[in-house]
Design a protein around this ligand. Structure first.
Ligand SMILES: *Cc1c(COP(=O)(O)O)cnc(C)c1O
Length: 407
């Protein structure tokens, strides 16, 4: 992989017409280590957030030994980078053949359920393979009501009373039984984890045995750009949020149990930026070489504010306007699909023109994993970059912001 000091250097050297992912392995490792240091338990990286081999490999190098996986593809990706990393199979709804593969081929011994039919599938496989249920930890996923940019509690989780029933049944069958929840992604309210802990406590106090562990899931917010016009109070820093979580764990007396977290976004978001090229400027519209069917689906939803740095093409000799005047552009994606238009404008210098590049920061989470081959476009070019996105020339604008406050 070619290595550059920063994305501007890469763009000017390569003059890429295809989108280029700028990977920052040192940032990834630092963010992973920081999380592991702050969380008082096991850190299981959520592979779906970004399952690229170079990411998983760097995480193993950083000391990550556990991974949250959900499918045979993810089992194989983790095994390919580490022969002995532990895998936690935390998808509540699974094909029976996938459960068998997990237990038999990959030696997985940690699994999540939120329904009795999942217990039945698991138990069929456990009996067929003649595994002692006591060697398996089953986490009962409990429903939580949170506030996150991406709410997941509508889809998965057992209500508290039903969770008690499931847990007692699993305990009777001889499994080790833990409790888990996942509050959604990019939480927006610092009270979210405490509310989930209160539900877990309610369940724990009603089961007839000692639970084997607590898994607090993911959802830890990454720091993106701060939308200047946002009326929501800014999220506390990760340090602050984790201090709060540690205090809540003590207060609810979960701190003496084996603990697990499944962070994704907070670990990988800052590790990548993306260089896109302006294929055409038409008035206040920019047609770029990426879009909602490739790297920008997560920002298309309009929930994230990503910082953007202007990389002017030095070959353009005459420009209109002033580079310090930051204005909104409507951004159209690379495909011929008419929905491939970002829901919110990019704010960039008014001088941006056909042939220029834009570096979009902090796109490491849910952008590479969600890209499609729609219309024959599939960004897959990587370079390594050593300088963190925040350092160097300050980003002039934002990708995907509704309105900018008066400056
Ligand atoms: C997606 C997911 C995660 C990771 O969530 P982030 O918000 O990226 O931290 C963790 N656990 C489960 C069960 C998930 O589905």
């Amino acid at each position: 992989m070619q290595k550059f000091d920063n994305a501007t250097e890469a763009a000017l050297a390569l003059r890429p017409d295809d989108p280029v992912y700028c990977f920052r392995p040192d940032v990834l490792k630092a963010d992973a280590r920081q999380f592991m240091q702050m969380f008082p338990g096991k850190t299981a990286y959520a592979v779906k957030t970004n399952g690229e081999q170079l990411v998983l490999k760097a995480l193993v190098e950083a000391g990550v030994t556990a991974f949250d996986v959900a499918s045979p593809g993810e089992f194989a990706s983790v095994r390919a980078v580490s022969a002995d990393a532990e895998m936690l199979y935390m998808h509540p709804v699974k094909a029976q053949s996938d459960i068998r593969l997990a237990l038999e081929r990959y030696g997985i011994r940690v699994i999540a359920v939120d329904h009795e039919d999942e217990v039945t599938k698991l138990t069929r496989v456990v009996r067929a393979l003649d595994i002692d249920p006591g060697a398996i930890t089953v986490f009962v996923r409990i429903q939580t009501k949170g506030l996150a940019a991406y709410e997941l509690s509508k889809k998965f989780g057992a209500g508290p009373a039903y969770a008690v029933e499931l847990a007692d049944r699993l305990n009777r069958y001889g499994y080790k039984v833990g409790l888990c929840f996942h509050v959604g992604s990019q939480i927006e309210d610092p009270d979210t984890y405490e509310r989930a802990l209160a539900s877990a406590d309610w369940v724990r106090n009603r089961v007839g045995f000692d639970i084997a562990g607590l898994d607090v899931g993911g959802g830890f917010p990454a720091e993106y750009g701060i939308d200047p016009a946002s009326k929501k109070p800014p999220m506390p820093s990760l340090e602050h949020l984790m201090a709060r979580l540690r205090a809540d764990l003590r207060e609810w007396q979960f701190d003496t149990l084996p603990l697990v977290a499944e962070p994704g976004r907070v670990i990988v978001a800052r590790a990548f930026s993306l260089i896109v090229r302006v294929l055409l400027r038409k008035g206040r519209r920019l047609y770029i070489n990426d879009g909602i069917w490739a790297s920008l689906s997560d920002s298309w939803t309009g929930k994230l504010t990503l910082p953007a740095r202007f990389i002017p093409d030095p070959a353009i000799r005459s420009r209109n306007g002033s580079e310090s005047n930051i204005v909104p552009f409507k951004v159209c994606g690379a495909t011929c699909d008419s929905v491939d238009i970002l829901s919110r404008p990019f704010w960039l210098p008014e001088t941006v023109d056909t042939g220029d590049w834009i570096e979009i920061g902090h796109i490491g989470a849910y952008s590479l994993s969600l890209r499609t081959r729609f219309n024959g476009f599939y960004p897959d070019t990587f370079v390594e970059v050593t300088t963190p996105f925040e350092e160097g020339v300050a980003p002039q604008g934002f990708a995907s912001v509704e309105t900018m406050a008066a400056e």
